[in-house]
Design a protein around this ligand. Structure first.
Ligand code: GTP
Ligand code: MG
Length: 369
């Protein structure tokens, strides 16, 4: 009966809770959205609970769950998922760091067919206001780790997002720590995602609970999701890993093509070896393109000829960049870093591989097209 549920996890938010509920409710009303507001509180010792109970008396769409055990932000959000009475779940902080005004836009994206819509601080138009350098660095570190799992999501640890019920309903979530979104992305059932930029505003009032989370706990979570993805090929990260793996196999086939052509042209046709190498490089690029287009990224590749030409050109550009990166790393590590050149080359190949995969994913075989 509700179009959506807005889950607000709280712990000691007596100075913010009234404002956030009012703002969310106003946005819902202005946009004719029938939304439930579900506060999930960890038995705050301050006035949070009584304020919500008071608001409940005249706003019938407001509800509160008071949790008495298993204290924690991620656990609270997961409880919110379990108790929500709609099919679309928003998660938003109580401290007004996330703009409720974006709820309608995000809702529209869900209706358009996205399974997860993320409020992102790290795409154009997004940002962070008034954060001390230390917070920024910690957050960037956490984001970087998260991006190893989801290379094309800019803000996989955002606290502001919306998911369809079916994404999390039967997902084996192991909620802990602060990064529930990462858990949802790692273990939920989703295919299409969308990011909407927003400007994160640091809390003006109330106390921060961030000190409770340890970096170790977070690293553990990332590791756990990585393991999960390896054994669950149908999960989003699992599917992505399969592509990385196939991309790697194609890359190895390219090395054989390169070596074979180099040898053949030099030995049998009598070309100068650097000239042979040019042909060898181009043929290996063509080899890799064909296999990646038909196999690795089969689901992203369209069969239209003109698009295939575009992809071929993009693939060449990315490969050229990869070559420069490979040579640059080799040179820097060997000549400046005084590393043994064969070791430098392995590192160069790995860096170029990462570049090739990520850039081709962004340019050549885009997700969700
Ligand atoms: N239920 C529940 N909510 C929590 C818990 N810890 C934090 N929250 C809520 O989760 C949201 C985000 O917490 P914040 O403390 O704002 O975390 P942050 O935004 O990373 O850090 P600051 O804004 O600097 O404090 C807020 O609405 C908090 O009230 C918790 O243990 N249980
Ligand atoms: Mg906050």
């Amino acid at each position: 009966m509700y179009d959506l549920t807005v889950i607000i996890p709280t712990f000691k938010e007596e100075s913010n809770i009234r404002n956030i509920i009012n703002e969310v409710d106003a946005v819902l009303n202005q946009n004719n959205l029938k939304g439930e507001i579900l506060v999930v509180d960890d038995n705050s010792p301050d006035g949070t609970i009584s304020i919500v109970n008071e608001i409940k008396k005249f706003k019938f769409n407001v509800n509160i769950i008071v949790r008495l055990a298993d204290h924690g932000l991620s656990q609270s959000v997961a409880d919110g998922f379990a108790h929500a009475s709609s099919e679309i779940f928003f998660v938003i902080d109580a401290d007004l760091s996330h703009p409720p005004s974006l709820i309608p836009v995000m809702y529209t994206e869900i209706i358009k067919g996205n399974d997860i819509v993320i409020g992102s601080r790290y795409i154009t138009g997004g940002g962070i206001k008034k954060w001390p350098l230390k917070r920024r660095i910690i957050s960037l570190g956490a984001t970087f780790l998260g991006r190893l799992l989801f290379p094309d999501i800019s803000d996989p640890v955002s606290g502001f997002f919306v998911v369809k019920k079916k994404v999390v309903d039967k997902a084996p979530l192991k909620p802990r720590g602060y990064k529930i979104l990462l858990e949802v992305l790692g273990k939920g059932f989703w295919e299409k995602d969308k990011e909407i930029p927003f400007e994160f505003v640091d809390r003006e009032i109330g106390s921060s609970k961030l000190k409770l989370i340890t970096v170790i706990e977070y690293a553990q979570q990332v590791f756990d999701i990585a393991l999960f993805s390896l054994s669950h090929h149908q999960s989003a990260a699992g599917k992505e890993y399969k592509k990385v793996f196939k991309f790697g196999i194609v890359g190895i086939s390219g090395i054989f093509v390169n070596m074979g052509v180099l040898w053949y042209l030099t030995e049998y046709i009598g070309l100068y070896y650097l000239v042979s190498s040019l042909f060898a490089i181009e043929l290996s690029i063509l080899n890799n393109f064909i296999w990646n287009d038909l196999w690795t990224f089969k689901s992203e590749a369209s069969n239209e000829l003109s698009n295939r030409w575009d992809r071929l050109i993009a693939f060449h550009a990315v490969s050229a960049g990869g070559l420069v990166i490979n040579l640059g790393t080799l040179f820097l590590l060997t000549s400046v870093g005084e590393m043994y050149y064969l070791i430098s080359n392995i590192i160069g190949i790995l860096v170029a591989f990462a570049w090739n995969f990520i850039m081709n994913r962004k340019l050549t075989w885009k997700k969700g097209t």
